[in-house]
Design a protein around this ligand. Structure first.
Ligand code: ZN
Ligand code: ZN
Length: 231
């Protein structure tokens, strides 16, 4: 009998894999084999689906494939952050850090979080990922994007109005913060369809031509067949 509980799934766990249970321990293996173009773990050196590039983002780096139990664990951290789970989640392998370091980003931009969201979560996942990356790679964090609260609220009132409106108006942008910066790393927690990251990147590029890559904790492969190949 065991008195220990897994910090991710809260099921009983033996001491051997603590703070996780065996299944969560096995699911939470960081990898550097997720394709930076299409998100499949099967691409090897060259992307099999280059047309899936998330333009205007050049590459999307992710240490975890956000599927099944791995996705659940990452979500558990997002909902209930804690140092024990964090140590496991940010234990990325050396090759993954190298993959980021060789890109020579000049700045890191965490995706801004809506105030309502902060009230729910009481922490800021994209900031936390950005903070750790900033320390490890020795690159400053800048925050040129802020939520434009007024417009967001106005947009909620009327659906057709909202659809007509450019959703990019949600953010305001201070260009001067990007002065002399030519290559940035945008950070968010998950990449599913990539909508948010692509919108933000398009928005930034409209205002200021710049090379953009992204870093997320978990990425879901875009191509369905690559997901089923994994099963
Ligand atoms: Zn578990
Ligand atoms: Zn690929």
């Amino acid at each position: 009998m065991s008195l220990f509980c897994c910090v991710a799934c809260e099921k009983k766990a033996t001491w051997k894999y603590l703070p996780l249970c065996r299944s969560c321990h096995l699911a939470l293996k960081p990898t550097n084999s997720i394709c930076v173009i299409c998100g499949s773990p099967l691409c090897k050196k060259e992307c099999r689906f280059p047309w899936l590039q998330p333009y205007p983002i050049e590459k999307v780096h992710a240490p975890f494939l956000s599927l099944g139990r791995t996705h659940e664990i990452l979500k558990a951290w997002k909902k209930k952050p804690g140092p024990q789970l964090e140590r496991q989640i940010f234990n990325w392998n050396h090759d993954f850090w190298t993959q980021l370091a060789v890109e020579n980003f000049q700045s890191i931009i965490p995706v801004p979080q809506h105030l309502n969201r902060w009230n729910q979560l009481k922490h800021h996942p994209s900031h936390e990922i950005a903070r750790r990356t900033s320390i490890k790679l020795n690159i400053p964090i800048i925050e040129p994007l802020t939520f434009n609260q007024k417009i967001t609220n106005a947009a909620k009132k009327n659906r057709s109005e909202r659809l007509q409106m450019n959703t990019l108006l949600k953010w305001s942008f201070s260009k001067h913060k990007l002065e002399l910066v030519k290559k940035i790393l945008i950070v968010d927690d998950f990449y599913t369809s990539g909508g948010t990251l692509k919108n933000i990147s398009r928005f930034i590029q409209q205002e200021y031509p710049i090379q953009i890559q992204a870093l997320v904790l978990g990425r879901r492969p875009l191509y369905d067949s690559s997901t089923s190949e994994l099963a």
